[in-house]
Ligand binder design. Structure first.
Ligand code: DGT
Ligand code: CA
Ligand code: CA
Ligand code: ZN
Length: 588
């Protein structure tokens, strides 16, 4: 038997459900697989315990036939139903799943009615009106599909920050202890913590004679499916995820300059080179050199330096943290300052914006709270969805009241046990199209804080959207605005609300705007950080966690906040629990 994880089993079951829908099979079967997947994922013991005892059917929601599928998977790594489904479902349709807004059932319908399987055919049928003519579709749906395909094609060249991070960390783990590796770092847009990443860049300092076996390990890594190029100083590969990774190996004495150069951004490098020239030097990926009288690089006259920071110092600058290297004000600041007082992950004292099983989260309130405690946080601001978000299990008034009782009981228990931890009663209230919040006044009053989020009618006229937000912000119960544009990176453009104006309105009313830390969102965009600072806007790093792992997305939120020049004092969840409650009540 192979060792398999709960997640691996859940993933297979989910795949079966999706393929069943793509094959046009009866939905109740697919639903059973979906439910089984969620059940396995939420198990708090290894599923292998059940597999060994052959008692999977003891788990509620796992019937005999699904149990057999899981045993087969554990024994052979394969599931016969899944293999059959793969035979049955045209390969082309699976690609359509990446088109945002197009689910497997709709895909099956289009495929069956129009007898097409390829993306190009789908595009054509959207353009010539065939898709619009299908029952239940219409012109708007066809246009939406076209737009989503456009997005997909435009951005498949890039990936999210979390995907790139995982790839890079996996490779670095493998490379860092190899013989001859003196230093190793991520470079490029990943080191700058951009919200999407083209290729992953890794840099190593090693003697020339050690390079070859290091490249061997890199190109031979189990996650590598294709070697795109291999030279003496650089190799490029494609990983199983379809991402390109560049590894460069430079001589130890060149490492700091190379690290600076390959971290970029290009715009930042341009200014750095210019600063070098103004000081009679040239800067390139090999180092800093004196210039000859005729303005050429004098490679015989290297300017000595020991570190990346040293290079900045030579150019009369403080060390610029990688996140800030975008030529957006860093030169001005670091001419006068050794460092910028940026937010650090360790400043974050509590978790705001998390979902439980009351709405669409995967864990109980207790499980979420305990996970926060384990991570050293002092509070959890629980915010399930509000009643209008029916698709996400939004809470009825009765459910809200039940949740409050549960939170009170948990808080009492924590206090009795002397735990320094509190759960705040929050809600992620939909901001309805007219700007009102989702509950009557007497319920809103009972929350410790309300996050107001737009989840529907995102395509509203920008002016109307701003008014919608204004009304929500002027409601004294609304203390934080959630994911202000609603974008899903590489998937869906957000609403076109004027963020500069939104920030002004929020700041005037002492309402915060979250930095949604989910790597799908990273919304508020970091480019608005300086505007936020000017207006005195408060923000919060909000993981929008739907699971325990989701809490750890805080790291991405912190990166984006740093990239937006946020200091700890402008982030709500750096406050103590008491101070935060005060801020929610009084706004200071
Ligand atoms: P990406 O991969 O599109 O997310 O963005 P980067 O910034 O990682 O770009 P990449 O991988 O093409 O190059 C890595 C760094 O190398 C880049 O940030 C700056 C430096 N670099 C590469 N090519 C050039 C260039 O032609 N001129 C300058 N000044 N720097 C370059
Ligand atoms: Ca790159
Ligand atoms: Ca690159
Ligand atoms: Zn939301």
């Amino acid at each position: 038997m192979q060792t398999i994880t709960n997640d691996a089993v859940a993933e297979k079951l989910e795949e079966i459900a999706t393929l069943m829908r793509l094959a046009g099979m009866n939905d109740f079967k697919a639903i059973a697989f979906d439910r089984a997947a969620r059940t396995i994922e939420a198990l708090d013991v290894p599923v292998t315990d059940y597999i060994e005892e052959k008692n999977l059917t003891d788990i509620k929601g796992i019937g005999k036939s699904i149990a057999e599928d899981i045993y087969a998977f554990a024994e052979t790594g394969r599931i016969p139903v899944l293999d059959d489904l793969h035979e049955k479902v045209p390969e082309g349709l699976i690609k359509w799943l990446s088109i945002s807004g197009l689910g497997p059932k709709k895909i099956y319908k289009i495929h069956k009615e129009l007898d097409i399987t390829e993306l190009e055919e789908l595009k054509e049928k959207c353009k010539n009106g065939s898709v619009a003519g299908l029952p239940g579709m219409g012109k708007k749906s066809a246009e939406k599909i076209l737009k989503s395909i456009d997005w997909m094609e435009q951005f498949s060249e890039r990936c999210r920050l979390d995907e790139a991070t995982e790839i890079a960390e996996r490779l670095i783990e493998e490379l860092k202890d190899l013989d001859g590796v003196q230093e190793i770092s991520i470079a490029g847009s990943l080191r700058r913590q951009s919200e999407t990443i083209g290729d992953v860049d890794i840099l190593i300092a090693a003697d020339e004679s050690d390079a070859s076996p290091i490249f061997d390990t890199f190109t031979g890594h189990e996650s590598v499916v294709e070697v795109l190029g291999r030279g003496d100083t650089k190799s490029s590969v494609r990983t199983a995820e379809g991402r390109q990774v560049d590894l460069r190996i430079v001589k130890p004495e060149q490492y700091p300059a190379a690290l600076m150069y390959f971290t970029g951004s290009k715009e930042h490098n341009v200014v750095m080179r210019q600063r070098a020239r103004e000081r009679g030097m040239t800067l390139n990926e090999y180092g800093i050199f004196k210039m000859t009288d005729d303005g050429n690089t004098d490679f015989d006259k290297p300017v000595s330096y020991e570190s990346e920071a040293d290079i900045y110092n030579k150019l009369e600058l403080g060390f610029v943290p990688p996140e800030l290297r975008e030529d957006r004000g860093e030169f001005k600041w670091f001419e006068d300052n050794e460092e910028a007082p940026l937010l650090e992950e360790s400043d974050i004292r509590g978790v705001l914006h998390a979902h439980s099983m009351y709405s669409d989260g995967r864990k109980t309130i207790r499980e979420m709270a305990e996970a926060c405690m384990e991570r050293g946080y002092e509070y959890l601001g629980l915010t399930d969805h509000s009643k209008t978000a029916a698709y996400a299990g939004g809470l009825s008034v009765e459910a809200v009241q039940k949740q409050w009782e549960e939170i009170d009981a948990l808080n009492n228990e924590f206090e009795k046990e002397g735990k320094n931890f509190r759960i705040f009663k929050g809600i992620e209230s939909d901001i309805l199209p007219d700007g009102s919040l989702d509950y009557p006044e007497e319920i809103l009053e009972g929350f410790d804080f309300v996050i107001g989020s737009v989840h529907a009618s995102l395509e509203m006229e920008p002016e109307k959207m701003l008014e919608r937000y204004r009304r929500a912000i002027e409601n004294p119960h609304c203390r934080i605005i959630g994911h202000p544009t609603g974008r899903l990176l590489l998937r869906r453009d957000g609403s076109k609300v004027d963020l500069n104006k939104l920030i002004e309105i929020a700041a005037e009313n002492n309402t915060a705007i979250e930095i949604n830390a989910s790597p799908w969102r990273l919304d508020l965009d970091w480019r608005f950080g300086q505007k936020a600072a000017k207006t005195g806007l408060m923000s919060a790093i909000c993981p929008d966690a739907h699971s325990i792992e989701g809490i750890d997305d805080i790291r991405y939120g912190v990166s984006i906040a740093r990239k937006g020049w946020y200091t700890a004092d402008r982030i709500l969840n750096t406050k103590s629990a008491d101070d935060l409650m005060k801020w929610f009540k009084n706004g200071n």
